[in-house]
Design a protein around this ligand. Structure first.
Ligand code: SAM
Length: 328
């Protein structure tokens, strides 16, 4: 199961640990065939991988590189590599990464390392900080946060597949104080100031009530704590907010796309100060693309073939802003 003990020790937070103890009572429901039809398949693939490449202290891993790495090709028999690759494929689609697993490069849909490079120079050093990663995907950024010195990282994402991908890597670094739970942020208690840094990367535009998301983050941060927020933005004056009338870049669940000025006002209104716009980036077809590890459609298919400055629905193509702000 999850590596709770090291994590609970590292949080140094009785309030968080009490809450997690209550949540853990539901662990059996999260990880079962009842929560997802593919759970048994993923669980089988995970145990087959653990048999093929048993975790051991001799396995050398490095999570501080662009492609966090578990083991090396030489750690498993050469003839097992093909079998390992097909077991890893059972966890398709691999969206966030890249990773390297016993010499096999996992070329994910997203070059998440590019986002990490964009944000790292702007955030407070993570050393010894208690961090929450909301909408963590498979935990790519959580691993990078831990490797950057975070005291402990709690990651939450409701998609069970992503937590299974997380658990695969976590099995090889059981001492790491990083835990991912397959639950939405809203399943956490959000009224206590617990975290030093909260990351909300690529989540706000999925929320029907973005102010509540920001207020919840404000309340869960300790005074002075830091929010690292990345979300879709639109060009336009202060106060301008675009609400797609239907799908946006084929996504059904995109609600509010503010201008950077509007987002700054939202943050101030929700109790943040020292609000800094660190970066604005138009997502490129090299950063988000179909690969052997994510063979569904990707950004190139979501843009107008004749005018790639627009989505297939005719809206401006995805542009993402990165804001850093502190709880007042
Ligand atoms: C666009 S992805 C971003 C993933 C990653 N943070 C990144 O920046 O690449 C959005 C993620 O947020 C998750 N998500 C959506 N609603 C959420 C919620 N209420 N609480 C936590 N995660 C949520 C989705 O399952 C998805 O994995």
């Amino acid at each position: 199961m999850l590596n709770w003990d090291d994590f609970l020790r590292a949080t140094e937070s009785a309030a968080l640990n009490d809450q997690l103890a209550r949540l853990r009572e539901k662990e059996g429901d999260w990880f079962s065939g009842r929560s997802h039809g593919d759970y048994e398949k993923w669980q089988r693939a995970l145990s087959d991988i653990l048999q093929l490449a048993p975790p051991s202290t001799a396995i050398d891993s490095d999570f501080s590189t662009d492609a966090p790495r578990v083991g090396r090709a030489a750690d498993i028999p050469e003839e097992s590599s093909g079998r390992l690759r097909s077991l890893l494929m059972q966890f398709h689609p691999w969206r966030k990464g890249p990773f390297e697993f016993f010499g096999i490069p996992i070329d994910t849909e997203w070059r998440s390392d590019w986002k990490w490079k964009r944000l790292l120079p702007h955030i407070s050093p993570l050393k010894d900080r208690l961090v929450l990663d909301i909408g963590s995907g498979n935990g790519y950024f959580s691993w990078r946060m831990w490797a950057a010195g975070a005291r402990a990282v709690l990651a939450v994402d409701p998609m069970l597949l992503y937590t299974m991908q997380f658990r695969l890597l976590a099995s090889y670094v059981p001492q790491a104080p990083v835990v991912q739970l397959p639950i939405p942020f809203e399943a956490l208690e959000r009224h206590r100031p617990l975290f030093d840094t909260v990351f909300s990367l690529g989540v706000l535009y999925h929320r029907r009530s973005p102010m509540d998301h920001l207020l919840d983050i404000r309340n869960i941060l300790r005074p002075g704590g830091e929010l690292v927020l990345e979300t879709l933005v639109t060009e336009g004056p202060r106060g301008h907010v675009f609400v797609p009338p239907g799908r946006y870049a084929r996504m059904r669940n995109v609600w509010f796309i503010p201008s950077t000025g509007a987002l700054e006002d939202w943050l101030a209104r929700c109790g943040f100060e020292r609000i800094r716009l660190a970066d604005v980036n138009v997502t490129s077809r090299s950063e988000q693309r179909s690969t052997a590890w994510m063979h569904y459609e990707s950004l190139a298919d979501f843009l107008d073939k004749d005018d790639p400055s627009k989505t297939v629905e005719g809206h401006p193509r995805p542009r993402r802003a990165l804001f850093i702000a502190n709880r007042a």
